[in-house]
Design a protein around this ligand. Structure first.
Ligand SMILES: Nc1ncnc2c1ncn2[C@@H]1O[C@H](COP(=O)(O)OP(=O)(O)OP(=O)(O)O)[C@@H](O)[C@H]1O
Ligand SMILES: [Mg+2]
Length: 262
């Protein structure tokens, strides 16, 4: 199996994606290894969300291949990939407890009307523990802060026991402390749960200290490698073009401000 040979949990080759006959992604080549955190950066409309949705099978490639764990799937098996969509700090419009939100992660894996078991409960409690939210078990989800909701939604994904997590702009809307906590959490999940993580972010400053690889995407991949090299101004300018000022000014941490002063 390809997966055993090269450790790629995601392997994308020569991928084109068209939406309404318009080429949105062109000749994408990208790999995510086991136990790797990769950040996808790029300008608005660059195709980041489209790439994530294509990996999940929401869009069909018009050319090229995507292998997940060494296999080309017609349909991705339930629970293999956990996905947190862009701006998903939802309020359920009915009252629901934190525990029941996490339990949804188990229900997804079951047949309609199939009962949840003690084992499911154990997995949910464990997932809440992993994200540091065990103390909130019986709290109403809607009353949590944005950062706490995000942790619970991550616990819901962990309850599916995924191999891969895809996050679309998870740091948006979190304050600096919340963002650091988030990056520490995903590093813990990588180390302890051996989960590979692909995330979209605009937060170039934070990236270098918390991610293993970056991919700069603007219709195609302009850079794929360790962050140290990719954060060179030439590469950023090539990918972001005129938006580069916007991106740099969007940074909130001291390191980023240091970078923009250079
Ligand atoms: N369902 C759709 N129908 C038509 N066009 C779409 C659709 N989804 C995406 N597009 C187009 O594809 C391009 C890429 O969009 P996408 O949402 O993937 O960008 P993005 O990099 O995630 O941007 P952002 O940073 O704003 O989230 C845009 O030009 C967008 O208008
Ligand atoms: Mg997007």
């Amino acid at each position: 199996m390809g997966y055993m040979e090269n450790n790629f949990v995601i392997e994308i080759k020569n991928l084109d994606v068209k939406i309404n006959n318009k080429l949105i992604l062109q000749n994408i080549n990208l790999t995510l290894k086991e136990k790797e955190i990769m950040a996808i950066v790029g300008p608005n409309g660059g195709g980041k969300t489209t790439l994530i949705k294509t990996i999940l099978g929401f869009y069909k490639p018009s050319a090229g291949t995507i292998k997940i764990m060494g296999k080309q799937f017609q349909k991705i098996p339930k629970g293999l990939i956990g996905y947190l969509p862009q701006k998903d700090l939802i309020n359920y419009n009915f009252p629901i407890l934190v525990y029941d939100v996490v339990l949804m992660g188990r229900r997804i894996l079951k047949k309609f009307l199939e009962k949840t078991t003690d084992k499911d409960k154990e997995i949910c409690l464990d997932a809440l523990d992993k994200v540091g939210m065990s103390g909130y078990l019986n709290r109403p989800f809607n009353k949590l802060s944005g950062g706490q909701k995000q942790r619970v939604l991550i616990a819901r994904l962990l309850a599916m026991k995924p191999k891969i997590l895809l996050f679309d702009e998870p740091a948006t809307g979190l304050d600096v402390v919340g963002q650091e906590d988030f990056y520490e959490l995903i590093n813990k999940l990588k180390e302890e749960e051996k989960i590979s993580i692909l995330m979209v972010t605009h937060d170039i400053g934070v990236i270098s200290s918390y991610v293993d690889m970056i991919a700069c995407l603007n219709r195609t991949i302009h850079y794929h490698g360790p962050p140290e090299h990719g954060i060179q101004p030439e590469i950023l300018e090539k990918v972001f073009g005129k938006n580069i000022q916007f991106v740099i000014h969007d940074h909130r941490c001291a390191t980023c401000r240091g970078f923009s002063d250079e």
